[in-house]
Design a protein around this ligand. Structure first.
Ligand SMILES: Cc1cc2nc3c(=O)[nH]c(=O)nc-3n(C[C@H](O)[C@H](O)[C@H](O)COP(=O)(O)OP(=O)(O)OC[C@H]3O[C@@H](n4cnc5c(N)ncnc54)[C@H](O)[C@@H]3O)c2cc1C
Length: 449
């Protein structure tokens, strides 16, 4: 099997050092490993947002018997480790590229799905009283050059033309007065949709909700074998087997190439790394007149996403390197530390308390993929959210549940129903990031440069 990263990236016995894990409260109860030979209508491999959302909808709306088979615990993958920016995204193509590759209509469908995805998470949380620390409204992109500000102007016009909504452009004094005051800001764009949340709390609350509606969740149950028997799928784990009519692959960036031929060589995991500081004091917050509640990112060359959390910790994420070695984690930690000092010089000495990382997941055509394996009926997948799966994986879990049960479903954009294709020379796929995504994107994703 192709091994793309250091073992440390896959080893559940290594402490993650995630702030989310440290602050999420109790793990989900009743997640015993598979015990003996059990059966169900649908087996879901992977207990992140995709798998848990699918399990919830299959159990609640379709009254199917569902078992989530998770290698470690609900939220152990990217879902419990991410930035918690519940925002637009999913594909690695922007709307104008989708217009070029498909059509204006498909780009509009895609935008609609992204809006729905954010509303879906908010509605799910509010209507089920989920404790997920929702924070802020919208998403702020900060510019630090005139050129970047011009790009935001163009982007605002693009969203109006294709999405039919307004983004708010702000000049420097307005950013300072309403968001925060810091050097070199040339303006910003406030995107109207999105909010922040606590991703591990959300993962666990989603798991508990699915359980309340009848889904069974097995933790510590990596799927290690897959056989077909009498038209059914038999999944092997170290402590037992699960036999199911249908299977959903919801393993995203943690998918091992040998899990199923349909995904072999088709997914490119990319490391994203996050740091969280100790909580800031009132006096420290005042030094940058910090008031922004919503998630933020900026247009500096190396991609970074950040916010000040409800408990006032600075939370910053971005690239995490190409290897996954423990030494590379430390190098990237110091990169994020410097980035904090660049953005907010007054906070340069605020100690980092947690540093962790995980895999986001890219596909060879930069699209999210959701569907049924053509030559293996009954096997479904929903994968590749390009680092933006908080909203989109949740939405896709519901959408794929509809495809699995055959229930009437909401429109799935044509961008998501394209066949899943392998990377050329899959063993070298890390380097495809250059070719497929361009040098600048590769630098953003892999941190080269
Ligand atoms: C550091 C980081 C920051 C991010 N920030 C953001 C953000 O701010 N906003 C945003 O929208 N998105 C963000 N993302 C992306 C987002 O987290 C993912 O797109 C989303 O969580 C994907 O959910 P998932 O359920 O598909 O996959 P995952 O949450 O990765 O879950 C896959 C699960 O499958 C399990 N698994 C794998 N193989 C097997 C097997 N053989 N048997 C059983 N189980 C198996 C794994 O243990 C894992 O729990 C970030 C990701 C990372 C890593």
């Amino acid at each position: 099997m192709t091994k793309l990263f250091h073992d440390a990236m896959y080893d559940p016995s290594r402490p993650l050092d995630s702030h989310w894990e440290a602050s999420a409260g109790n793990p989900v109860a009743d997640c015993d490993p598979v015990d003996g030979d059990v059966t169900c209508d649908v087996a879901v491999i992977g207990g992140g947002f995709t798998g848990l959302s699918a399990a919830l909808h299959l159990a609640r709306d379709d009254q199917l018997s569902v078992r989530v088979i998770e290698a470690v615990a609900p939220g152990w993958g990217a879902s419990g480790r991410n930035g918690g920016h519940c925002c637009f995204g999913g594909a690695g193509l922007d709307p104008t590229e989708i217009v070029d590759a498909f059509s204006e209509e498909v780009a509009r469908q895609n935008i609609t799905a992204q809006r729905e995805a954010i509303e879906f998470v908010a509605d799910l949380a509010i209507s089920n009283d989920l404790d997920i620390d929702m924070q802020g409204k919208g998403e702020l992109c900060v510019a630090h050059t005139r050129k970047a500000m011009d790009e935001l102007r163009d982007e605002t016009a693009m969203w109006k033309r294709l999405g039919g909504f307004d983004c708010e452009l702000m000049e420097t004094p307005e950013v300072h007065d309403r968001m925060y005051e810091a050097p070199n800001i040339t303006g910003g764009m406030l995107f109207p949709f999105g909010f922040g949340l606590h991703p591990m709390k959300y993962s666990r609350e989603l798991a508990r909700l699915a359980q309340r509606h009848g889904a069974v969740i097995h933790g510590n149950s990596p799927v290690t074998g897959w056989a077909r028997e009498n038209g059914k799928h038999r999944l092997a784990t170290p402590t037992g087997t699960v036999t199911a009519d249908k299977v959903l692959i919801a393993t995203n960036g943690f998918t091992r190439d040998d899990l199923h031929p349909a995904t072999d060589g088709c997914l490119l995991p990319v490391i994203s790394e996050i740091v969280a500081t100790r909580p800031l004091t009132d006096e420290e917050l005042a030094r940058h007149r910090y008031q922004a509640e919503m998630p933020l990112y900026d247009k500096r060359p190396m991609f970074a996403y950040y916010r000040v959390l409800p408990d006032r910790r600075i939370h910053m994420g971005g690239p995490g390197g190409m290897t996954g070695t423990p030494a590379s984690k430390e190098r990237w930690r110091s990169h994020h530390e410097k980035r904090i000092a660049t953005i907010w010089p007054e906070w340069r000495d605020v100690e980092i308390e947690h540093c962790w990382r995980g895999f986001v997941c890219l596909s060879s055509d930069k699209l999210t993929h959701l569907g049924e394996v053509p030559d293996d009926p009954g096997v479904f997948y929903s994968l590749a959210y390009h680092g933006n799966g908080v909203a989109m994986a949740s939405w896709s879990g519901r959408a794929i549940a509809g495809l699995i049960s055959g229930r009437a479903n909401r429109a799935i954009p044509a961008t998501m129903t394209q066949p899943l294709r392998p990377f050329a020379l899959p063993a070298l796929r890390k380097f495809h990031v250059y070719k497929r995504y361009g040098l600048r994107m590769a630098r953003n994703l892999l941190g080269i440069g």
